[in-house]
Write a protein of this length. Structure first.
Length: 245
Protein backbone atom coordinates (compact mmCIF):
# COMPACT_ATOMS: atom_id res chain seq x y z
CA UNK A 1 0.00 0.00 0.00
CA UNK A 2 1.30 3.47 -0.89
CA UNK A 3 2.39 5.70 2.02
CA UNK A 4 2.60 9.49 2.16
CA UNK A 5 3.65 12.02 4.79
CA UNK A 6 1.80 15.22 5.66
CA UNK A 7 1.99 17.88 8.37
CA UNK A 8 -0.69 17.93 11.09
CA UNK A 9 -2.12 21.10 9.52
CA UNK A 10 -3.10 19.09 6.43
CA UNK A 11 -5.39 16.90 8.53
CA UNK A 12 -8.89 18.40 8.85
CA UNK A 13 -11.22 16.15 10.85
CA UNK A 14 -12.15 13.33 8.43
CA UNK A 15 -10.28 14.81 5.46
CA UNK A 16 -6.59 15.01 4.58
CA UNK A 17 -5.33 17.35 1.88
CA UNK A 18 -2.24 16.29 -0.07
CA UNK A 19 -0.42 19.12 -1.82
CA UNK A 20 2.72 19.91 -3.80
CA UNK A 21 4.66 17.34 -5.82
CA UNK A 22 2.90 14.45 -4.07
CA UNK A 23 -0.28 15.30 -5.97
CA UNK A 24 1.42 14.81 -9.34
CA UNK A 25 3.05 11.62 -8.06
CA UNK A 26 -0.28 10.21 -6.95
CA UNK A 27 -2.28 11.28 -9.97
CA UNK A 28 0.12 10.92 -12.89
CA UNK A 29 2.87 8.54 -11.74
CA UNK A 30 1.01 6.08 -9.52
CA UNK A 31 -2.25 6.76 -11.35
CA UNK A 32 -4.25 6.49 -8.15
CA UNK A 33 -7.95 6.93 -8.74
CA UNK A 34 -10.81 7.89 -6.40
CA UNK A 35 -11.62 5.01 -4.09
CA UNK A 36 -8.07 3.63 -3.87
CA UNK A 37 -6.58 3.11 -0.40
CA UNK A 38 -3.33 4.55 0.95
CA UNK A 39 -1.61 5.20 4.28
CA UNK A 40 -0.77 8.70 5.51
CA UNK A 41 1.53 9.63 8.41
CA UNK A 42 1.36 13.07 10.02
CA UNK A 43 4.87 13.20 11.49
CA UNK A 44 3.50 13.03 15.04
CA UNK A 45 3.26 9.25 15.26
CA UNK A 46 -0.29 9.12 13.93
CA UNK A 47 -1.17 7.30 10.74
CA UNK A 48 -4.38 7.19 8.76
CA UNK A 49 -5.89 4.62 6.46
CA UNK A 50 -7.44 6.74 3.70
CA UNK A 51 -9.16 6.59 0.35
CA UNK A 52 -8.70 9.05 -2.49
CA UNK A 53 -11.86 11.16 -2.56
CA UNK A 54 -11.06 13.56 -5.40
CA UNK A 55 -8.46 15.77 -7.09
CA UNK A 56 -9.32 19.45 -7.05
CA UNK A 57 -7.54 22.82 -7.26
CA UNK A 58 -4.09 21.24 -7.21
CA UNK A 59 -4.93 19.11 -4.17
CA UNK A 60 -5.61 15.44 -3.57
CA UNK A 61 -8.47 15.16 -1.09
CA UNK A 62 -8.48 11.99 1.01
CA UNK A 63 -11.24 10.61 3.21
CA UNK A 64 -10.05 9.15 6.53
CA UNK A 65 -11.22 5.60 7.11
CA UNK A 66 -9.21 4.77 10.22
CA UNK A 67 -6.73 6.43 12.58
CA UNK A 68 -4.10 4.73 14.73
CA UNK A 69 -0.94 5.48 16.65
CA UNK A 70 2.32 4.52 14.93
CA UNK A 71 4.64 2.43 17.09
CA UNK A 72 7.65 2.20 14.79
CA UNK A 73 10.02 4.70 16.44
CA UNK A 74 12.88 3.98 18.82
CA UNK A 75 12.48 5.32 22.38
CA UNK A 76 15.65 7.41 21.93
CA UNK A 77 16.63 10.03 19.37
CA UNK A 78 19.76 8.86 17.55
CA UNK A 79 21.72 11.24 15.33
CA UNK A 80 24.34 10.06 12.85
CA UNK A 81 27.15 12.57 12.32
CA UNK A 82 28.69 11.21 9.13
CA UNK A 83 32.05 12.31 7.74
CA UNK A 84 31.54 13.01 4.03
CA UNK A 85 32.38 9.88 2.04
CA UNK A 86 33.42 9.56 -1.59
CA UNK A 87 31.15 9.01 -4.58
CA UNK A 88 27.56 8.07 -3.81
CA UNK A 89 28.17 6.28 -0.51
CA UNK A 90 26.25 8.93 1.42
CA UNK A 91 23.05 7.95 -0.38
CA UNK A 92 23.39 4.38 0.90
CA UNK A 93 24.26 5.60 4.39
CA UNK A 94 21.21 7.88 4.57
CA UNK A 95 18.88 5.21 3.27
CA UNK A 96 20.01 2.52 5.70
CA UNK A 97 20.34 4.87 8.68
CA UNK A 98 16.68 5.85 8.24
CA UNK A 99 15.66 2.19 7.99
CA UNK A 100 17.54 1.45 11.22
CA UNK A 101 15.77 4.21 13.14
CA UNK A 102 18.05 7.25 13.02
CA UNK A 103 16.29 10.46 14.01
CA UNK A 104 18.57 12.68 11.93
CA UNK A 105 21.67 12.61 9.75
CA UNK A 106 24.28 15.37 9.88
CA UNK A 107 26.92 15.41 7.10
CA UNK A 108 30.32 16.51 8.46
CA UNK A 109 33.41 17.91 6.75
CA UNK A 110 36.50 16.35 8.32
CA UNK A 111 40.18 16.96 7.65
CA UNK A 112 40.82 13.69 5.84
CA UNK A 113 37.66 13.80 3.76
CA UNK A 114 38.39 13.58 0.03
CA UNK A 115 35.07 15.20 -0.88
CA UNK A 116 35.00 19.01 -0.86
CA UNK A 117 31.71 20.67 -1.68
CA UNK A 118 31.09 24.32 -2.45
CA UNK A 119 28.02 25.97 -0.96
CA UNK A 120 25.87 25.38 -4.05
CA UNK A 121 26.75 21.69 -4.18
CA UNK A 122 26.11 21.32 -0.44
CA UNK A 123 22.55 22.55 -0.87
CA UNK A 124 21.89 20.27 -3.85
CA UNK A 125 23.39 17.25 -2.11
CA UNK A 126 21.37 17.78 1.06
CA UNK A 127 18.19 18.11 -1.00
CA UNK A 128 19.00 14.83 -2.75
CA UNK A 129 19.79 13.08 0.55
CA UNK A 130 16.53 14.36 2.05
CA UNK A 131 14.58 12.83 -0.84
CA UNK A 132 16.30 9.51 -0.12
CA UNK A 133 15.45 9.83 3.58
CA UNK A 134 11.78 10.39 2.72
CA UNK A 135 11.65 7.36 0.44
CA UNK A 136 13.36 5.21 3.06
CA UNK A 137 10.98 6.43 5.77
CA UNK A 138 8.00 5.46 3.60
CA UNK A 139 9.45 2.02 2.87
CA UNK A 140 10.30 1.38 6.53
CA UNK A 141 6.91 2.53 7.85
CA UNK A 142 8.47 5.29 9.95
CA UNK A 143 6.19 7.65 11.86
CA UNK A 144 7.98 10.70 10.50
CA UNK A 145 10.71 11.67 8.04
CA UNK A 146 14.18 12.01 9.62
CA UNK A 147 15.93 15.21 8.62
CA UNK A 148 19.21 15.43 6.77
CA UNK A 149 20.70 18.61 8.20
CA UNK A 150 23.03 21.06 6.40
CA UNK A 151 26.67 20.07 6.01
CA UNK A 152 28.71 21.16 9.05
CA UNK A 153 32.40 21.63 9.69
CA UNK A 154 33.95 19.29 12.25
CA UNK A 155 33.85 21.88 15.04
CA UNK A 156 30.32 22.93 14.13
CA UNK A 157 29.32 19.28 14.43
CA UNK A 158 30.86 19.07 17.91
CA UNK A 159 28.85 22.13 18.96
CA UNK A 160 25.70 20.67 17.40
CA UNK A 161 26.18 17.48 19.42
CA UNK A 162 26.70 19.31 22.72
CA UNK A 163 22.98 19.14 23.54
CA UNK A 164 22.88 15.34 23.29
CA UNK A 165 22.94 13.06 26.32
CA UNK A 166 25.35 10.45 24.93
CA UNK A 167 28.08 10.98 22.32
CA UNK A 168 29.97 8.06 20.77
CA UNK A 169 32.93 8.04 18.39
CA UNK A 170 33.88 4.64 16.97
CA UNK A 171 37.66 4.69 16.62
CA UNK A 172 39.95 1.94 15.37
CA UNK A 173 42.49 2.64 18.12
CA UNK A 174 39.91 2.39 20.91
CA UNK A 175 40.40 -0.67 23.09
CA UNK A 176 38.14 -2.95 25.06
CA UNK A 177 34.94 -4.48 23.75
CA UNK A 178 33.83 -4.96 27.34
CA UNK A 179 34.00 -1.21 27.92
CA UNK A 180 31.97 -0.61 24.77
CA UNK A 181 29.33 -3.06 26.00
CA UNK A 182 29.06 -1.21 29.31
CA UNK A 183 28.65 2.12 27.53
CA UNK A 184 25.93 0.80 25.23
CA UNK A 185 24.10 -0.99 28.03
CA UNK A 186 24.15 2.23 30.05
CA UNK A 187 22.12 4.12 27.42
CA UNK A 188 18.56 4.51 28.65
CA UNK A 189 15.35 4.91 26.62
CA UNK A 190 14.61 8.59 26.21
CA UNK A 191 18.25 9.66 26.06
CA UNK A 192 19.51 11.30 22.88
CA UNK A 193 22.56 9.77 21.23
CA UNK A 194 25.09 11.09 18.72
CA UNK A 195 27.33 8.83 16.64
CA UNK A 196 30.36 10.48 15.01
CA UNK A 197 31.80 8.60 12.02
CA UNK A 198 34.94 9.47 10.10
CA UNK A 199 35.41 9.42 6.30
CA UNK A 200 37.40 6.79 4.37
CA UNK A 201 40.71 8.01 5.81
CA UNK A 202 39.40 8.03 9.36
CA UNK A 203 39.90 10.80 11.90
CA UNK A 204 43.13 12.61 12.56
CA UNK A 205 44.40 12.11 16.10
CA UNK A 206 43.72 15.72 17.07
CA UNK A 207 40.12 15.39 15.82
CA UNK A 208 39.61 12.47 18.17
CA UNK A 209 41.11 14.53 20.96
CA UNK A 210 38.83 17.48 20.16
CA UNK A 211 35.83 15.14 20.10
CA UNK A 212 36.86 13.73 23.48
CA UNK A 213 37.05 17.23 24.93
CA UNK A 214 33.53 17.82 23.55
CA UNK A 215 32.17 14.77 25.41
CA UNK A 216 32.46 12.05 22.76
CA UNK A 217 33.45 8.67 24.18
CA UNK A 218 35.67 6.43 21.98
CA UNK A 219 34.23 2.96 21.42
CA UNK A 220 35.44 -0.07 19.52
CA UNK A 221 33.46 -2.04 16.96
CA UNK A 222 35.65 -5.11 17.27
CA UNK A 223 38.95 -6.30 15.88
CA UNK A 224 38.14 -5.47 12.28
CA UNK A 225 38.35 -2.04 10.69
CA UNK A 226 35.00 -1.15 9.14
CA UNK A 227 34.44 1.04 6.11
CA UNK A 228 32.85 4.43 6.68
CA UNK A 229 29.59 3.25 5.10
CA UNK A 230 29.52 0.26 7.47
CA UNK A 231 30.63 1.72 10.80
CA UNK A 232 27.67 4.01 11.49
CA UNK A 233 25.18 1.38 10.42
CA UNK A 234 26.85 -1.15 12.73
CA UNK A 235 26.44 1.19 15.71
CA UNK A 236 22.85 1.95 14.75
CA UNK A 237 22.10 -1.77 14.57
CA UNK A 238 23.55 -2.35 18.05
CA UNK A 239 21.59 0.57 19.51
CA UNK A 240 18.39 -0.52 17.78
CA UNK A 241 18.75 -4.00 19.30
CA UNK A 242 19.49 -2.53 22.73
CA UNK A 243 16.73 0.10 22.77
CA UNK A 244 13.90 -1.57 20.85
CA UNK A 245 10.91 -2.35 23.09
Amino acid sequence: MQRFFVTPSQVKEDRIYIEGSDVNHMKNVLRMRPGEELMVSDGNNLQYLCRVAEYTDGLAVLSVEQQETVDTELPSRIYLFQGLPKQEKMELIVQKAVELGACGIIPVETRRAVVRLDEKKKIKKVQRWQQIAESAAKQAGRGYIPQVEPVLSFREALRRAAELDVRLIPYELAEGMEGTRRIVEGIKPGQSVGILIGPEGGFEKNEVEEAGEAGFVPVTLGKRILRTETAGLAVLSVLMYHLEV
